[in-house]
Design a protein around this ligand. Structure first.
Ligand SMILES: [Zn+2]
Length: 405
C-alpha cells in the first residue's frame, strides 16, 4: 500500500529570489502555452499528444527563446501535452473544449530541477539555483509540517505556485515502505551522460560540450620548462625551487579541475541524466598513448572529483571498458581503425561524420547502457543524452537532424 500526500508549503523568498522566481514562472508558462498552441493545432490536422514529437518540434526553439534549463523546458512542453491529451479525450467523448491555456503562475519541478530538503528547497531558475526556507506551522502534527519533517515521506515532485503575493510549493510526497528501495521505479529508466577524456580536449560529453585541455597543457609545459632550467643548476636550492613551483602550479590546476568537475555534473543534472559514464582508467596509458603522466594524473583527479560530488545530486558515476570506443561508429556500430583520423571521425560504412571525441563520448554512454540491458530484465528504457536529443540503446537518435550540430 502506498501513501501519497500533497503538502502545501509556504516559501520564504527574499527580494532578489522573488524576481528570479517570477521570471522563471513567466518563461515556463511561455513554454507551456507555445507547446499547447502547437500541439492543439497539430500536424496535418491531428492534435499532437506525443511528448517525444512535441519535444522534437519545440525544444530547440524554446531553449533559444528562454533562459530556462533543459529540464524546465521539457516540463513545460510535457505539461502542455498532458493538457492537450485530456482535451482530446473530452472531444472524443463529445464534450465541448478548446485549446488549453495556462494562466496561473506556476511551474513544475522534479528532483532534477529542485533539491528538496527538510527545511528548505533549492530551485533552478533563470538566474541559477536559489534557496528558499519553508514557513511551516509550529505544530508538528499538522500538515504540511507532519509530512515534511517525516523522513518516511520522500519528495517526488512539486508545483511552484504564486498566489496573493506569496510563493508556495505543492509538493507530492510518498511514504517509503521500510522494506522498499526508494525510487526503484525511477532507477529503471536510465539516461546517461557519456564522457570522453583526452589530451586535446580534457573532456567531451555526449551532449556535445567540450572542455579544452589548453590550460592544462600550458601548465604542463611551464612546469617542464622550469624544471628543466632549474635542473641544469643542479643545486639543492634549485631542487627546492622545483618543488615549490610544482606545488603552486599544481594547486592552480587542481582548482581548474574542480571547475570542470562541477560543470560536468551540472551538464548531467540539466540533462536529466541518472549516470555519468567514464571509460575505465586502469589502462588509460595504453588507451591514450599520447598521454603524459600529468594527463593520467589529471584524468584520475577529475574522475575522483566527479564521483565524489555527483552523489550530492543523486547522480551515479560509473566506468566502462574503453575498448573500441574511439573506432566504433556511434550511429551504425561499424568498428574500424580507419574510421578515425586525428580529431575527425568518418564512418567508412554509413558515412557518419563528427568530432572524434564526441563520437567516443556517445559510445562510452552506449557501452554502459548495453551492459545494463544485458544485466537486467532488458525491458528498462535506456538512452544516452545527446546534444539536443537522445540516443537509444539500438543507436537510433531522436531527433536525427540535430545530432550533427
Ligand atoms: Zn557508421
Amino acid at each position: 500500500m502506498e501513501y501519497r500526500r500533497t503538502a502545501v508549503i509556504k516559501l520564504d523568498t527574499p527580494e532578489g529570489v522573488d524576481d528570479s522566481l517570477r521570471e522563471t514562472v513567466k518563461q515556463f508558462k511561455h513554454c507551456a502555452n507555445t507547446a499547447s498552441e502547437w500541439c492543439w493545432h497539430g500536424d496535418d490536422g491531428y492534435h499532437v499528444t506525443s511528448k517525444a514529437k512535441a519535444e522534437r518540434a519545440l525544444y530547440d526553439r524554446l531553449r533559444d527563446e528562454t533562459d530556462l534549463t533543459a529540464n524546465l523546458v521539457q516540463k513545460g512542453i510535457r505539461r502542455a501535452v498532458e493538457a492537450v491529451k485530456s482535451g482530446v479525450s473530452r472531444l472524443e467523448r463529445g464534450e465541448n473544449t478548446s485549446q488549453p491555456y495556462f494562466s496561473a503562475d506556476s511551474a513544475v519541478y522534479d528532483k532534477r530541477s529542485a533539491t528538496f530538503h527538510r527545511d528548505h528547497v533549492s530551485l533552478s531558475t533563470i538566474n541559477g539555483r536559489v534557496e528558499c526556507d519553508y514557513i511551516l506551522p509550529d505544530d508538528s502534527e499538522t500538515p504540511p509540517t507532519k509530512y515534511v519533517s517525516d523522513e518516511d515521506f520522500e519528495f517526488r515532485m512539486a508545483h511552484l505556485q504564486y498566489r496573493d503575493g506569496d510563493w508556495y510549493l505543492h509538493a507530492s510526497m510518498r511514504k517509503v515502505e521500510a522494506n522498499e528501495e526508494p525510487s526503484e521505479s525511477e532507477s529503471k529508466h536510465r539516461t546517461v551522460l557519456g564522457v570522453d577524456l583526452g589530451v586535446n580536449n580534457l573532456a567531451v560529453t555526449s551532449t556535445g560540450r567540450f572542455w579544452s585541455a589548453d590550460e592544462f597543457n600550458h601548465w604542463r609545459r611551464e612546469y617542464e620548462k622550469r624544471r628543466g632550467s632549474l635542473q641544469q643548476c643542479g643545486s639543492r636550492h634549485a631542487h627546492e625551487t622545483i618543488e615549490s613551483v610544482g606545488q603552486k602550479e599544481y594547486g592552480r590546476f587542481e582548482i581548474h579541475l574542480h571547475t570542470v568537475a562541477n560543470e560536468l555534473i551540472e551538464e548531467a543534472v540539466e540533462n536529466d541524466c541518472s549516470h555519468i559514464v567514464f571509460e575505465d582508467l586502469t589502462h588509460i596509458r595504453e588507451n591514450i598513448p599520447e598521454a603524459t603522466w600529468q594527463h593520467v594524473w589529471a584524468f584520475r583527479r577529475l574522475y575522483e572529483y566527479v564521483e565524489y560530488k555527483a552523489k550530492e545530486h543523486g547522480v551515479e558515476v560509473v566506468q566502462v571498458d574503453p575498448r573500441n570506443t574511439s573506432k566504433r561508429c556511434s550511429t551504425c556500430g561499424f568498428t574500424h581503425g580507419t574510421n578515425r583520423s586525428g580529431e575527425s571521425f568518418e564512418c567508412q560504412q554509413c558515412g557518419y561524420e563528427n568530432h572524434a571525441d564526441y563520437n567516443a563520448s556517445k559510445n562510452i554512454g552506449l557501452q554502459y547502457l548495453r551492459r545494463q540491458q544485458n544485466a537486467d530484465d532488458g525491458g528498462a528504457p535506456v538512452d544516452v543524452r545527446l546534444n539536443r536529443g537522445t540516443l537509444n540503446v539500438s543507436g537510433e537518435h531522436v531527433p536525427p537532424a540535430s545530432v550533427e550540430a
